[in-house]
Structures are given as C-alpha cells and as structure tokens.
Design a protein around this ligand. Sequence first.
Ligand SMILES: NC(=O)c1ccc[n+]([C@@H]2O[C@H](COP(=O)([O-])OP(=O)(O)OC[C@H]3O[C@@H](n4cnc5c(N)ncnc54)[C@H](O)[C@@H]3O)[C@@H](O)[C@H]2O)c1
Length: 356
Amino acid sequence: MRLAASPLTQIRSLEGPILVTGHTGFKGAWLGLLLDSLSIPYVGYSLKPEPGSLYERLGSEPSASEVFANILDLEILKEFISQHNVKAIIHMAAQPLVLTSYQEPLETFAVNALGTANILNAACHAPDVKAVLAVTTDKVYRNSNDGKDFKESDPLQGHDPYSASKVAAESAVDAWRKIVSQMGGPRILSVRAGNVIGGGDWSENRLIPDLVRGFSKSATVEIRSPGSTRPWQHVLDPLVGYLLALENALLGSDISSFNFGPSTPSLSVRTVTEIAKNTWPHNPKVEYFEKNDSLEAKTLGLDPSLANKELNWHANWSQEAAVTSSIEWWLKVLTEQTDPLMACKADIASVLQVEE
Ligand SMILES: NC(=O)c1ccc[n+]([C@@H]2O[C@H](COP(=O)([O-])OP(=O)(O)OC[C@H]3O[C@@H](n4cnc5c(N)ncnc54)[C@H](O)[C@@H]3O)[C@@H](O)[C@H]2O)c1
C-alpha cells in the first residue's frame, strides 16, 4: 500500500523525535499507535485527555514523552521543543468541532489560529526542526454547496467560526512560508482531510460517536441533516498521508498543501447511518430530522489527486468499509470486551500488512 512506495527513510533518519501536538485527541491517539508500530520516535504536547477518550481507553500506551500544556503558552512550547531535540512537527492540537465553535468562537480562534502561529514561530526559533505539517481541514474551502470536490488551489473561506479559524491557520502557514523563504527555516505545509471515523472517537456532535452512544443504550438516535454529504475516511488513511507528506517535505518538496480524501463521491449522513445501523445487531432505531439553520455546510468533497500523484497515496478503506470497520471496533470493545489497544492494533496491522 501507500507506505510501501516510501519506506519513510527521511523520517527514520531524523536524529530526534517528531513532535505531535494534539496527541491525546482522536487522531493523535491513533497517530501515536501508528508511529509506535513503525518504530518512529515521537513526543506529545496536548491538554489532558478527555474522559472516555480513546487516549484514556488505551491505558499506558502510546509510550511517548508528553506534556499536558496549552498550545498558547509559547514559552512552554519552545522549551519542550528544545528539551526533546524535536526534528519535525505534526500539529493537530485544535478545537475541532463546528457546533462548539459557535458557542466558543474566541477560544476556537485562539487555539486554532494563534496556536498554529505559535507552533510555526517556535519551529522557526528551533534550528533543528526540519519540517512542520499543520493539520487544517476540508472545511477551509469557499463552499457554495454545489457538490464540488475541492482542489488545493481553490479559494479558501470559512463560513462558520471553526472553518474561519482554520482558514486563519492556513494564513499563518502562508505567512511563515514567506518568512522562511526570506530568513530560512523548516519546510512548512498544510494538510486538509475530511471527516475521519474509526474506533474510539467519543466526541459530542459527531455522527459515529452519537450513533454508538445511542445504539449501545438501545435508545432512538436523532440524526440531523441526513442529506448532507461528507468525505468520510478511516482515520488511518489521512494519518498515513500525513507521514508521506512529511517525508516528501523532508526530501525537499516545497508543495504547500495536500488534500486527503476518498476516491469516490462523498456519502450522505443518511447512507452512513444506514450502514452503521445494518452493522449493529438488533435493528437499532434512528429518527432523521432536517435542520434549517445552515450552521454547517450541506455538501463537502475533496479531490485527493495531488496526493495520489505526488505521494502515491490512496485511501486504504472505502467510505463504506470505514463505517463498517468503525462500528465493528465499537462492537468488539463494548460487547466482546476486546481491549481497545488490541482493536486498534488489528486495524493498524491490516494497513501495515498490505504494504509488506
Ligand atoms: N476529526 C475529524 O473528522 C477532523 C476532520 C478534519 C480535520 N480535523 C483536524 O484534525 C485535528 C485533530 O482532530 P481530532 O478529531 O483528533 O480532535 P480531538 O478533539 O479529538 O483532539 C484535539 C486535540 O487537541 C488538543 N488541544 C485542544 N486545545 C488545546 C490547547 N489549547 N492546547 C494544547 N492542546 C490542545 C487536545 O488536548 C487534543 O489532544 C484537528 O486539528 C482538527 O481540526 C479533524
């Protein structure tokens, strides 16, 4: 598979760890396990894990050095980077929820926009850091809800506070790329992925966690906006893409952004819900309702052809298989008492086996 084309030699030969910010989050917990499986050292910088989060469910693993501190605390951040001899950064720490961003717009802007500027600034003051990858989102594109699949060169504009804060993060990436072109510094790029799913996400107001919470209590689950479409992905797919993009930057590429999305048209919320329902036993109940508040985009699609071509990256799971696999992960963990760590390792092995 995708990693087979690149043995990640540049990342492996770094004489210091990767800093993963947001390592206690959903993507961060999976990325830690993936890096452990690839024997790539990393250190983590995040707030404390949320109760019920995957990071907490995993117990003592992953085994990185870590600090629980705010991304807005520039002095702690600089000290941590220097103390651990960090050589590359994957920046994921964020307030990632659209609905929360309406309730907490200032905090969302501070963490997502200023937090990204902090990381870039700290990296530029650490001469050993060779590359920084800033994780933004598919929601940074100017979206007229006409079903278009966005390319990296399309105009950016955020219509909600979360998306706008991530556009601001993209602006920080542009600004620090300019600074680096004048004064030297690490390779800097942004990566934009779609709605990631997989075992262990317990966030509020996300489709799979909402379904699992309801199904596991035999409660009727209310699902808003069933007609909205999203580019669904298994969480390991963009994470593999992030590593390939980081490797590419370390090899000297100056490409500024990559999309990571499915190769097929985005699926509707209703389709994903029906797949999940059919995977869960005992015919769980769902009620759909349309929300006419336009708080969230109606359609969203990503064109990943640049990553296909430049990184030889392709999604490993279809959207349908990603949904089934996510629900099966929860069934194993909740009803068969499978250790969450073992359930994650099985998914990671399925990615790594294909490439051997
Ligand atoms: N989950 C998705 O579907 C999705 C889709 C597109 C983009 N993204 C982006 O991917 C990244 C990771 O998302 P996730 O789903 O894992 O989110 P998450 O909410 O599960 O994790 C967020 C992480 O950021 C950390 N964090 C938050 N505020 C912080 C602060 N002030 N200081 C330090 N750390 C802080 C948290 O401690 C946690 O480790 C985010 O940048 C998000 O915007 C996620």
